[in-house]
Design a protein around this ligand. Sequence first.
Ligand SMILES: [Zn+2]
Length: 464
Amino acid sequence: MDKCYLCGNHFNESDVMKHDEHIIQQAIGGVLKSNNILCETCGEILGRAVDAPFSMMFDSICTRLDIKKDRGNNKGTAKGVVFSNRDAYGNDLSGVEVFWKDSKVTPVKPIHKYSPDNSKVVVYASAKQLKSYKERVRKEVDERYDDGCKPEIVVCDDLSGVITYPLELDDEAFKKGFAKIAIGFASRVGVDRDVLNLVLDVEQNKIKDNVSLLPFYPKGVFDDIVERDKKNIRHYPSHTLILFTAASRTNLLVCYVELFSTFQFYVILSDQYDGKPIYEGYQQRLDKRESYIFKPDRRYYKERGMILSSLGIDQQRIDNAYEKQKEFSNAKTAEEIEYKIIQDEYMKQKYYVDFDEEVKIAIDYASMKLIEPLDQLSLKNVTDTLSNARLFYRSDENDEEFFDVSSYRRCFFSGGECHDYVFYLKDFYETCEGRKKRKEYGHNKLYMLSGHMEIKNIKEKLEA
Ligand SMILES: [Zn+2]
């Protein structure tokens, strides 16, 4: 694209400057960038109005996954709320505000609870608060109980596993954040702003206020297994984007956005798209971000051209980045700029995964799982399973088999018919059962992510 999707102005060298924009917010670990979708001014406007509040919602998840960019030695703290009704001691802690620090979850204010049979009193406090608070509890126990029947004082300094993350899914900032990701991805693929009529207000140069997100729910038999076993397949958690035109109505342009393998929504971008059918996927991993500083060595000076081209960097890009900042008081030298770009590209490649390949691995995995109990399924399910398999495993005119990714998250077979996910799900959520199932599914996804983070933190504790 040669113009900014928000203001519609064509890029130039003066007042509509190109700007490196993260398609998925950098604060939540996004690495995909594009320098020709937003101008500098609009990038800053959306950064403040959309990215900042959106990223804040995922703050506790990012802290726990350790994907804070500028973490340094401070691992940060994250707030959450206890959601389990009973902890390991049988105490009800729901609603207690907790924070996470140094791989441990403790209450913001220390508390204590007597077990139902009064045999124990559990003190919940961080290491810092513990000593003085425990003393207070001891006094209370001495006053209340006679010798011989005093409850034992037990200390709990970690509540991981019972906390949840405050996320208001109806929040305007949440919707806009998803819409911005979808618009950015579509623009990067080359879709004009005028086409994006359901999400962009091109008269007022803004993202629309009433964007509707359609939550994903796994309806196809393959998706069902993929989602159930997601954390065991590969690269969990990850971010995924898929831009596509609906199978049964090619003027409907949709972007599927999946963040942290957990928050999965369709953003309907347009019902006036008239270009070629699209199916474009992207996935990145989110494993612990290691810091990497590029330092040129002898090999670099010898093979500079080759190294640059292998990372997809051309001289023009280095020159442009240098020119843009050379007047600043803290200007970097051309070499420093070059090393910074290499560092960025290296990191990007480290997180990059091949979307088609990842989908194939997931679908192959589900196929294996489906084959085993095939004879136990009803006839209808066998037919549906085979029809769904044929969407992915196809053969060309020479009978050569190939894997076709293009139905993934877009359409599926059920009851002998091929359905577009977006149309099917709209009807599904009209029903009480549909809404209930989606709610349970959303909880399960969050639970899976919590479990993953908990295990990750336990591993870190063991290593520490
Ligand atoms: Zn602009």
